[in-house]
Design a protein around this ligand. Structure first.
Ligand code: ADP
Ligand code: MG
Length: 475
């Protein structure tokens, strides 16, 4: 009996494979197991309810054609959903299902008459509790659109965010990727979209998660043999907000699992929002297939806010904190702190703190004192150590590798760039630069500076490295 089911299914698969994309075949058909054949009803086992719903939604036609070819007009398909119950809602989500609890595994059969497309028959069961899984959104209500001041630097990203919030999954901005440097508002904007969606569509499941936490959860899930539960958990989300995806770089296991989750969500019209500190073209060690997904929707950059925007951000912040400050001082702070919004806020907070602790009035001279400290603090960071750190981060190697004796071309290049920038951004002598970057002599440093000069005028890719790094280092 079992053999017949398998033969029939094997023939169906042959036909299906010829007619759909290889990736789709791999994802959705390879995991299926043919279980039994009774009369003209073939039972196949699928790993989850989502799987079944997805097949029903996307492949019911081809399944029907294939089965009818094999079994005739009376063919029927029965899905056996292998699922684990106990979907509680209090546990942390990676541990939703105790993997040891194998007795909790049960199967549920869904008999789908292929002829009948009556929607009432399409979902003849409800898994108890599953629709009511409550997922904490992890959103910060203070990070709202209202508090996210608009300016030229963020107009596209902010408005795309609003469009997405109005129609999650229903715009072509899917995924919406917001990218930009540190402290420019990526996290804030990502939350704002989620907060607004929760407000407009309270019944939708929204989840904010950092890529780092996602990675950690995934590692834990693998350790506990819960990989499938992990995937299924993410597949029931309506709006997934993943912050700092650049964190995935070099982590192929996490990328792989995210790829599957992404595909599932996207195919089901669910919204995905991503943030990253780099544009997709500049992301390193992220698989091509994932990068190409990132580019499906809209990539919107957050740039450095201009003076007017900085002023309105400051005014908004002061207003919310109920603090008054002369315009002159606000202008002064906004004029002098250009790097990023986080520092702008930091300076104003320390100004308020200083004045209240020391019972000093907020004066321009106090503002100068504090701003100077902020600016100095940022300046002080451009040390040779800092340069080496930035350069090695950029090329995703550690500082030890950068300093090593190897002659491997990309490492040599990174080292030469570090030397070049040390010469450019510090007052250190060639000899001192050499001794700090892998114990080289001054001639090596000189040679490095010349090589970088040459290469940046002849090699386009190399020039991009120099430009990117210059930007990073002059922040
Ligand atoms: P990123 O994630 O890009 O590093 P964040 O979203 O953490 O940056 O933003 C840093 C700080 O700057 C946050 O406190 C955020 O509220 C504030 N901020 C950034 N952009 C704006 C803006 N356009 N309006 C108001 N506040 C902003
Ligand atoms: Mg952030």
């Amino acid at each position: 009996m079992r053999e017949t089911a398998q033969t029939v299914w094997k023939n169906c698969l042959k036909f299906i494979k010829d007619n759909i994309q290889p990736q789709a075949y791999k994802t959705w058909f390879e995991p299926i197991v043919a279980v039994k054949l009774v009369d003209q009803a073939l039972s196949i086992q699928v790993p989850s309810k989502f799987f079944y719903e997805w097949l029903e939604e996307h492949y019911v036609k081809i399944l029907k054609v294939a089965l009818t070819k094999e079994l005739g007009e009376q063919a029927r398909l029965v899905y056996i959903i292998k699922m684990e119950n106990t979907y509680g809602n209090k546990q942390p989500y990676t541990e939703r299902i105790p993997s040891s609890n194998r007795s909790a595994v049960k199967t549920q059969e869904v008999d789908i008459p292929l002829q009948n497309k009556n929607p009432e028959l399409k979902n003849p069961f409800v898994i108890p509790g599953i629709r009511n899984v409550k997922i904490e959104s992890q959103l910060n209500p203070n990070y709202s659109f209202e508090n996210f001041l608009e300016g030229d630097s963020n107009r596209l990203a902010r408005n795309a965010g609003i469009a997405v919030a109005n129609k999650p999954g229903g715009t072509s901005f899917n995924p919406l990727l917001v990218f930009g440097g540190v402290g420019l508002g990526k996290t804030h904007l990502a939350h704002a979209i989620g907060v607004d969606i929760k407000d407009k569509y309270p019944e939708r499941t929204v989840l904010y998660i950092s890529a780092e936490k996602f990675t950690q959860q995934y590692i834990d899930a693998v350790k506990k043999n819960n990989r499938n539960d992990f995937i299924h958990f993410y597949q029931i989300i309506d709006v997934l907000i993943l912050d700092d995806v650049q964190f995935f770089s070099g982590k192929s296991g996490t990328q792989d699992v995210f790829f599957h989750i992404f595909n599932h969500l996207h195919q089901n019209g669910k919204q995905v929002i991503l943030t990253s500190d780099k544009a997709p073209v500049d992301m390193q060690d992220i698989e091509q297939r994932l990068l190409s997904r990132f580019k499906w929707g809209l990539s919107a950059e957050l740039q450095h806010p201009d003076f007017e925007t900085r002023v309105s951000i400051l005014k908004n912040k002061l207003y919310r904190d109920g603090v008054e400050m002369p315009d002159e001082i606000i202008d002064y702070v906004a004029k002098n702190i250009k790097t990023n919004v986080r520092e702008l806020e930091g300076a104003i907070i320390s100004l308020i703190a200083q004045s209240s602790f020391n019972k000093k009035e907020i004066t321009l001279s106090l503002a100068k004192e504090i701003v100077e400290k902020f600016v100095k603090n940022t300046k002080r960071e451009v040390s040779i150590d800092y340069i080496q750190k930035v350069v090695s981060d950029y090329f995703q190697m550690d500082v030890d590798t950068l300093q090593s004796k190897t002659r491997k071309r990309h490492i040599v290049q990174a080292r030469q760039l570090a030397m070049f920038f040390a010469k450019k951004f510090t007052k250190a002598s060639l000899a001192s630069i050499g001794s700090q970057i892998g114990k080289r002599d001054h001639a090596t440093v000189l040679h490095a500076c010349k090589t970088v000069d040459n290469l940046s005028s002849t090699d386009k890719q190399f020039r991009k490295y120099v430009e990117d790094l210059t930007k990073k280092l002059s922040l």
